[in-house]
Ligand binder design. Structure first.
Ligand SMILES: C[S@@+](CC[C@H](N)C(=O)[O-])C[C@H]1O[C@@H](n2cnc3c(N)ncnc32)[C@H](O)[C@@H]1O
Length: 583
């Protein structure tokens, strides 16, 4: 469906009406949001409901598609397509009629069910399969809009397919392997649409690739805490090394089987889609007796886990990403921290800050929480959700870009039973509980950090350490929140609760200043951040922090840019000059 560009822009501006921010565009950054007036720290800049949501196949039996609540045990009611599970008959009926409760663009399941009935034979990797579900929902929205237009009706949904077209499409930037993998998966979707006699237009895989290109650059990951056991070191070595929280983490991935996904029969393997923003996905949560708090999992954790052990309580003084990092320390000289991480946190060897020992969180207590308002981070018991990670891939976020890595697990793989208390519920009420996870900041002890040092770990080791505590269980798309560009020194944070994203100012922001969030883990060393952004979001970060670090010579490209179609290599040229990447 062709929608004129001017219409899209006018519509986009309409969706921002009344907010303290407006849209600007430039050639290097595309569209971005700018403060229309001075914003105060913590002020809510915008709030958006999820446009679409999807759940990874391994979680489909635990998350009710009707009300989107997560459950500790397998649900007993399912749809005949075997792709949607429910906590009650009422949820099943309402899902069939009007889609998932709370979604901004609910797609009636009855429309997509015949297509999903053919997904049983999908040989894609689990993450990819979930994206195919999202693609199908996009086609369903397009179909509903077309039908309504033909009937001369105004669709009741506040957003429609045109809004999806507003999102930036990066499919032309996919590298050849990814492109091939996606085209194969999309051919499967095309086949399923034909078999189900899809009532709308059935686009060819090449056209469908533009849907994936939009999802890729704009989706938010839904994560949950993986529990007390964590995979450390490189993903391929996770099984051997993952012993920090007790016994080795069980992986259903290639790391465990030793078989690269690319060699598994009938599987399509390719790089994962990035799910952003991992780092600044803040979660609001209501806990009995603790009131509402906001957790900043990744940021806080990259700082915390250095010396934290189960049961520790670590103090923080601010929610600002820099100060969160800086305040992390714990009466132990920071030389124990991997030097690359030290650099990125802007700490010096020997810096000492203050760890406060407080009451231990009993086993089975709620997941880790950060309460910036009260300046307290409680570090949960490492074993409190030990079973949660069993049977799952090494929850590194998608977007590592390397095919066949540990996060790939078969769609049949299901999480082991998780005690109710360790699951972050996904409530129907948006302001209650976070959909998922905070990072496991109790996961790494100082001995482990030392071993990281002595092993001379790479940037990606750190990344994997930071994210192995989280497991990607689904994805969400937001329209307005997708207009926020990235900065490694962001001035905003996205607070997520079930199917809602609220953007808050991290500090006072002057009128006319660009609003930015982080798409990645800011605790990563400069070269890893640079890799992540290039590989997954196809741009070169020019924020003040990167510029400063580049000037200090800290940023080194380690990703083979040549893999991206039409791009120049990042490898230093013969005469020692670094190739520059122009977008
Ligand atoms: C979620 S979208 C952000 C909105 C986007 N600029 C647009 O026009 O729709 C993510 C994409 O925006 C671009 N982007 C985000 N932050 C950027 C930055 N700091 N510099 C350059 N491009 C950026 C990249 O192309 C990235 O893949």
């Amino acid at each position: 469906m062709h929608v004129p560009e001017e219409f899209l822009y006018a519509h986009l501006e309409e969706t921002l009406a009344g907010l303290p921010c407006h849209l600007q565009t430039n050639s290097s950054k595309g569209r971005f949001l700018v403060a229309s007036r001075k914003l105060l720290q913590r002020e809510k800049v915008l709030e958006s409901e999820a446009y679409l949501t999807t759940v990874l196949p391994s979680w489909k039996k635990r998350i009710c598609r009707g009300c989107f609540a997560a459950h500790s045990s397998r649900l007993s009611i399912k749809c005949q397509c075997n792709q949607a599970w429910y906590c009650s008959e009422a949820c099943r009926e309402s899902h069939a009629r009007s889609g998932t409760n709370g979604a901004q663009c609910p797609v009636p399941h009855s429309l997509v069910c015949p297509v999903l009935s053919h997904f049983g034979g999908c040989k894609c990797d689990a993450d990819m399969e979930s994206v195919l579900h999202m693609c199908l929902d996009v086609l369903a929205l397009q179909h509903l809009d077309t039908q309504a237009r033909r009937a001369g009706e105004q669709r009741r949904a506040s957003l429609g397919h045109a809004d999806f077209l507003l999102l930036q499409d990066h499919s032309d930037d996919f590298n050849e392997d990814d492109r091939r993998g996606w085209l194969k998966a999309l051919a499967f979707l095309e086949g399923a649409l034909h078999k189900a006699a899809w009532p709308g237009q059935v686009p060819a895989p090449k056209e469908l690739l533009h849907i994936v290109g939009r999802i890729a650059a704009n989706n938010f990951g839904i994560y949950r805490t993986r529990g007390g056991k964590v995979a450390s070191g490189r993903q391929g070595m996770a099984l051997e090394k993952a012993s920090i929280g007790g016994q080795a983490e069980e992986l259903t991935s290639n790391a465990a089987t030793g078989t690269p996904a690319s060699q598994r029969p009938c599987s399509i393997s390719l790089a994962k889609l990035p799910a952003w923003p991992l780092a600044q996905t803040a979660l609001t949560k209501e806990l009995p007796g603790q009131g509402q708090s906001v957790s900043y999992p990744q940021h806080a954790s990259t700082a915390d886990y250095q010396h934290s052990t189960a049961g520790d309580t670590v103090e923080h003084s601010d929610v600002d990403s820099h100060s969160t990092h800086v305040k992390h320390s714990c009466e132990q000289p920071c030389k124990k921290v991997c030097s690359a991480l030290l650099d990125s946190l802007r700490l010096s060897e020997g810096d000492v800050c203050h760890k406060t020992r407080r009451a231990k969180i009993p086993a089975g207590a709620a997941p880790h929480m950060v309460q910036p308002v009260q300046n307290v981070t409680t570090v949960g018991d490492a074993d409190s959700s030990a079973s949660a990670g069993a049977g799952l891939g090494a929850g590194a976020p998608s977007g590592h870009g390397t095919p066949g890595k540990a996060q790939q697990h078969s769609s049949a793989a299901e999480p082991a039973a998780v005690p109710e208390a360790t699951i972050d519920r996904v409530p129907a009420a948006p302001d209650q509980t976070a959909s998922v996870a905070s990072a496991g900041r109790s996961m790494f002890n100082s001995a482990d950090v030392e071993s990281c040092d002595t092993a001379g770990s790479s940037a990606h080791d750190l990344r994997e350490r930071a994210t192995a505590a989280e497991e990607l269980i689904g994805r969400e798309l937001y329209i307005r929140a997708s207009l926020l560009n990235h900065s490694c020194h962001p001035n905003c944070v996205v607070a997520r609760s079930a199917a809602t994203a609220a953007v808050h100012a991290l500090r006072d922001i002057e009128e006319g200043e660009e609003l930015t969030i982080s798409y990645i883990d800011l605790g990563l060393p400069p070269s890893a951040r640079c890799d992540e952004l290039r590989k997954n979001f196809f741009f070169e970060c020019t924020c003040d922090r990167c510029t400063e670090e580049k000037a200090e010579g800290a940023t080194k490209c380690t990703y083979e840019r040549s893999k991206i179609k039409g791009a120049q290599s990042c490898a230093p040229k013969r005469r020692g000059r670094k190739a520059r990447i122009s977008r």
